[in-house]
Design a protein around this ligand. Structure first.
Ligand code: NOJ
Length: 747
């Protein structure tokens, strides 16, 4: 009986512990030096790191630059006895007082908590967080992760995804912060800063251009340098500049011919030199492809094993192929990051995670993240007094809300709400969290008749809708690492379900739970649409609060919703047609390497739609409120933008006021770019003057010849409003010849 209750993974883990192969860990020296001079906290992290390095043997230096294997991630692999059972483990140098590094995946909450009967809060997806446009929410998000990592005994996060949503069907867009580099970089920077505020090392990933999952290990992303610097790399630059993370994880794919983990341009020249990154570059899991090339190109730590940076690196150093100074630099970067984060001086002490605090924080972020896309005739908010009957349909909304899969998967408390078995989540299976929309909708209208239909049979769902005053259809799109959505269309005939329901009852509201944008062929027919992303453990409460007006929606799209796949720069996910059918070996293992030519270049997301004169279904920055905001009194020059924002409606609400910039034609960028924004809370009738400073970097273009940022002379147009396509205010300012340029390429 007891044995039956153990999952296969748990058994494999126990067996693995018994037969664990010896990991290459340097043996402790006889004289412990844990109180060496580097323990003096008044010294800088760099000074302290140098002092430690002077004491280290070659074996110890090697030990710190690699992990010890797949561990718990792969049944049968060795698990070091001291591992905290996260995705990675690096053995510390005990005799010198340098702790082990215990790394945990934690994109939207700490992963694999169930493995040890631990609890972790599921936050809304990072894309949802980006929809808040609220840097305080981002810090809070990171601090929940940091707090729970510490409480579970981890000292390094490997979350922090900031790859741009260049490909809207990318399976991991829910882990990332959308399509705009300034918004994404700012939000993820604050997120990582929040993680590190808990004395846990933070990470930003996957550097860079890991913009799709199809063929991620073999594809070669081709993009010109200017576009790279102004789009995908700019997001990293901003995030790194805000957070100063301990780690940057290099990606699986190639970039212009070289693997991201052995790419001299992106690692040495851009990340370390131009961005001034002081932390260490760790490879994505098995993303290392060489010893000497990778070491010289800027990789500092191999994960999760030691095939290249174990014995082969030691040999290369002994032979002189990798200079000792470079190995010292790798160790320096790791050690200085440990000292800077505080993991040496104040290591984590395990305690019970507070699930109530996590729920409150998560729900708060969800309430800011949900986007009201459409609200015809002000059908929302629903009036709890007037409503007598509601049909709640689809998406297992009787029991839970959906979460994203892959290494971002958080384990649901009590197990998957739709299949509550023992043990951790299973890769490839959608997991629902026990936050039931039906329950919280019922709680809002205790005397109304609220009935559920699972939506599997469209006719049955329509029948229920017909006899109800209002129908709320939940639709969803499960996304995961390792696969992209083949199209923007909702899977599993859900479009037909919505069509059937709205045909039966015109008062139909659609609530979407998705990893990214989806198409809505029924958008004109339904009365209201809410995008709730993957809303986290407080998701159902947040959705109910918005449906009934206890919370006024304020989220704005951080990603464009296209009308169809045909409107995208790549109507099909590049390479998807090359995927062999599922079989015994991984599909990708049987694929031939291919190029993904990002010909759209700078025109990512809304910039593509603007430059190509295509009208999206819902534009970047769009999001409605139950109140009305009025913009006036714009004043702008090249440094500052100010305007007045007034709530002219009858409810308190928050508006995300957005500032876009049109560059002079000579810049060669025929679209506007987001350059500033502010989330403003206003009571009914209240108005505020908003003054925003423009960062010169955001006004600049990247000059490849000079390897620097330049402000081109000419006339600039500032546009201000509530979305990229609704900017009631505009004005111009000029930058004279000789006024611009030379603002540097660092951050
Ligand atoms: C591969 C994923 O790409 C990465 O994001 C993750 O951190 C590692 N696996 C470890 O799980």
């Amino acid at each position: 009986m007891f044995l039956r209750k153990l999952t296969c993974l748990k058994l494999t883990f126990i067996l693995a512990m018994l037969v664990a192969p010896q990991c290459p860990v340097a043996s402790a020296q006889s004289q412990p030096q844990q109180n060496g001079p580097w323990m003096d906290k008044s010294l800088s992290p760099d000074q302290r790191a140098d002092m430690v390095i002077k004491e280290m043997t070659l074996d110890e230096k090697i030990q710190l630059v690699h992990g010890t294997g797949w561990g718990v991630l792969r049944g049968g692999d060795g698990v070091p006895t001291k591992s905290n059972l996260g995705a990675g483990f690096v053995a510390g140098i005990e005799r010198l007082g340098i702790p082990d590094i215990n790394l945990a995946d934690s994109a939207v909450g700490v992963r694999m908590a169930a493995l040890q009967s631990r609890y972790a809060t599921l936050l809304p997806s990072v894309l949802g967080l980006a929809a808040t446009w609220d840097t305080q929410a981002a810090s809070l998000y990171g601090s929940v992760i940091g707090r729970e990592l510490r409480e579970q005994g981890f000292n390094m996060s490997i979350g922090g995804g900031v790859d741009l949503a260049r490909e809207p069907r990318n399976g991991r867009n829910f882990e990332y912060a959308g399509e705009d580099p300034i918004l994404a970089g700012t939000m993820v920077g604050h997120l990582a800063e929040g993680v590190q505020s808990n004395q846990v090392m933070g990470d930003i990933k996957h550097y860079a251009l890991n913009d799709q999952e199809t063929g991620r290990n073999i594809l070669n992303a081709i993009l010109d340098k200017r576009s790279m610097r102004e789009t995908d790399l700019l997001a990293f630059q901003i995030a790194i500049g805000i957070a100063h993370p301990a780690g940057v994880m290099c990606a699986y794919n190639k970039i212009n011919g070289d693997y991201a983990c052995e790419n001299d341009y992106t690692l040495n020249q851009v990340l370390k030199k131009d961005f001034g990154f002081k932390g260490f570059v760790l490879s994505d899991w098995e993303g290392t492809h060489s010893t000497v090339k990778a070491a010289l190109a800027g990789l500092d730590q191999e994960q999760p094993g030691y095939g290249y940076f174990g014995a082969p690196l030691k040999a290369a150093v002994e032979k002189g192929d990798v200079p000792m100074s470079r190995l010292d630099d790798m160790d320096h970067r790791i050690l200085r990051s440990m000292f800077a984060a505080g993991v040496v001086d104040n290591p984590p002490v395990r305690r019970v995670v507070d699930p109530f605090r996590g729920l409150e924080d998560s729900q708060h972020i969800a309430e800011e993240s949900i986007v009201l896309l459409k609200n015809a005739d002000n059908q929302l908010p629903l009036s709890a007094e007037a409503i007598k009957s509601i049909a709640v349909i689809g998406s297992h909304s009787d029991v839970g809300i959906l979460s994203g899969g892959g290494s971002a998967q958080v384990d649901a408390p009590g197990g998957n709400a739709i299949d509550p078995r023992y043990g951790p989540s299973v890769w490839g299976q959608p997991v629902y969290f026990p936050s039931s929309p039906l329950k919280y909708i019922r709680a809002k209208v205790p005397s109304a008749h609220v009935e559920y239909n699972d939506g599997k049979n469209a006719d049955a769902a329509a029948n229920l809708a017909k006899k109800s005053q209002v129908a709320i259809v939940f639709v969803n799109q499960w996304m995961s690492e390792g696969r992209d959505a083949p199209t923007l269309s909702l899977p599993n005939n859900q479009d037909a379900l919505v069509e059937a329901v709205v045909a039966a009852n015109p008062h139909t509201i659609v609530v979407i739970e998705s990893g990214g944008p989806v198409t809505m062929p029924w958008a004109d027919k339904v009365t209201a649409v809410l995008e709730s992303w993957y809303p986290g453990i407080g998701g159902a409460q947040a959705i109910a609060n918005i449906l009934f007006g206890d919370v006024n929606p304020s989220g704005k799209l951080p990603i464009t919703f296209a009308k169809s796949d045909a409107d995208l720069p790549h109507p099909k996910v590049p390479g998807i047609e090359l995927l062999p059918p599922p079989g015994p070996r991984g599909r990708e293992g049987r694929m031939k390497p291919f190029d993904v030519n990002y010909t759209e270049g700078l025109k990512v997301g809304y910039k593509w739609f603007e430059a190509e004169n295509k009208k999206p279904l819902f534009a970047f920055g769009h999001g409605l409120s139950y109140t009305v905001f009025e913009y006036s009194d714009l004043k702008a020059d090249g440094r500052q933008v100010s305007f007045t924002l007034k709530n002219t409606g009858e409810r308190p609400g928050a508006e995300v006021a957005q500032v876009y910039l049109e560059l002079p034609a000579s810049a060669g960028e025929p679209f506007n770019r987001l350059v500033a924004w502010q989330r403003v809370e206003l009571a009914p009738g209240e108005s505020k003057e908003i003054a925003l400073t423009l960062d010169p970097l955001y006004l600049s273009i990247f000059d490849v010849e000079k390897n620097g940022w330049q402000i081109v002379p000419g006339e600039y147009k500032i546009l201000v409003g509530g979305s990229s396509e609704n900017t009631p205010l505009n004005s111009t300012f000029g930058v004279g010849v000789g006024h611009g340029g030379g603002i540097g390429s660092g951050n």
